[in-house]
Ligand binder design. Structure first.
Ligand SMILES: NC(=O)c1ccc[n+]([C@@H]2O[C@H](COP(=O)([O-])OP(=O)(O)OC[C@H]3O[C@@H](n4cnc5c(N)ncnc54)[C@H](O)[C@@H]3O)[C@@H](O)[C@H]2O)c1
Length: 347
């Protein structure tokens, strides 16, 4: 084992999940139970890391949101039946958030549920998607409409695998790391400010710190509120407008979250929750990491997308704002206030 490997445990609903930060994917066998294992991955990972699948039955799926569907789930069920997988079979998802979300859903439903684990291979899935037990697929153009809460037995976060990540995928993960610093870890935020180049290039030491601090924060939040009845909502910081931007402008998740966080920062300044100097620090860090601060969009279109947000409650939308760097607060905003601030911010 590498000397800098760290194990964080997540306890929820009587289950224990082992989160292994910095562990190498070639140590996978140590975490597998006796008996049959089936691997699930996407075509990219299959091509990039062939040794990981050698000698293990592997089910492959395509890539991108378009394959995160019930059709893919059914295809995997059928392949599991062909492989004679039974209730004692262990499933391992190897990939980013899409493979992990699909694998977790398949494992939770195949034969009423089998055990599963992940080798998480993108920064976004290591700091966010593979931790917290949300599994599911998209339906009819709506993201993550069908799913379950269920924790994997383990998640291997091999930071060395991040070296093959394309830039857009790095940026998506970095946006989530900044989010974690802003909502709950001022120390992580300061670390990013002081180590921008290392963070941006995902140098091993910086990657380990970002993944470990993010997982520690997210695990603590999820332990207190697994099913998003309250506190877990702070993890949506930047995502309310972010999802609208993603939909309206067709930009990447990371770009959308970054610009969405800046709008939430604008709202926080407008409500005198944080000073302008804090907003300037946040803006500087996002820009230094190569993330966009603002995306050109028409406020009316964004408002329309926000009205269709599944988290809207009648005339109110819950926005996550900042009390300070490292502390988030969930605030219900009336739609007309959102409309007014969008108008101010986007002119
Ligand atoms: N379950 C949750 O709590 C949660 C949280 C956040 C996001 N998500 C979901 O995660 C998904 C996005 O995840 P993602 O950003 O990891 O995307 P992804 O899974 O689509 O991976 C992005 C791309 O990178 C490739 N890739 C993966 N690892 C690689 C590596 N090491 N080297 C080179 N290429 C690699 C993949 O093949 C894919 O083409 C979304 O569907 C989102 O809804 C889930």
């Amino acid at each position: 084992m590498k000397p800098d490997v760290q194990e964080i445990t997540l306890h929820t609903s009587g289950r224990l999940s082992r989160l292994l930060v910095g562990q190498s994917h070639d140590q996978l066998d140590r975490y597998l139970p006796e008996g049959k294992t089936v691997m699930i991955t996407d075509d990219h990972l299959w091509d990039l890391y062939p040794a990981l699948f050698k000698g293990k039955p592997t089910i492959r799926m395509g890539t991108g949101e378009k394959v995160k569907t019930l059709q893919t789930v059914e295809k995997i069920y059928r392949e599991l039946i062909d492989l004679e997988a039974d209730r004692s079979t262990f499933l391992v998802g190897v990939g980013g958030g899409i493979v992990c979300d699909v694998t977790g859903f398949v494992a939770s439903t195949y034969m009423r549920g089998v055990s599963f684990g992940f080798v998480s291979t993108t920064l976004l899935s290591q700091v966010d998607a593979s931790v917290g037990g949300k599994n599911g697929v998209n339906l009819g153009g709506y993201k993550n409409m069908v799913g379950v809460f269920n924790q994997p037995a383990f998640v291997i976060c091999d930071c060395d695998m991040l070296s093959t990540l394309p830039t857009a995928e790095r940026l998506s993960g970095l946006a989530e790391v900044v989010k974690h610093g802003l909502i709950g870890d001022a120390g992580l935020f300061a670390f990013l400010e002081e180590n921008v180049a290392e963070a941006r290039s995902l140098a091993r030491t910086a990657a380990l710190r970002m993944v470990s601090d993010s997982i520690t924060l997210k695990s603590a939040v999820v332990t207190r509120d697994e099913r998003e009845a309250g506190e877990r909502r702070i993890l949506n910081f930047g995502h309310t407008l972010g999802h609208a931007l993603e939909k309206v402008c067709g930009i990447s998740h990371g770009e959308a979250v970054s610009a969405g966080m800046m709008f939430a920062v604008h709202l926080s300044v407008a409500r005198n929750l944080i000073p302008r100097t804090a907003a300037d620090r946040i803006e500087a860090l996002l820009a230094d990491l190569g993330l966009p601060l603002r995306i050109d969009a028409r406020p009316e279109e964004l408002l329309d997308a926000l009205r269709r947000d599944k988290k809207r409650e009648e005339d109110r939308l819950f926005f996550v704002l900042l009390n300070r760097i490292g502390k988030a607060v969930v605030v219900p905003l009336m739609m007309d206030e959102v409309a007014r601030e969008l108008g101010i911010y986007y002119t």
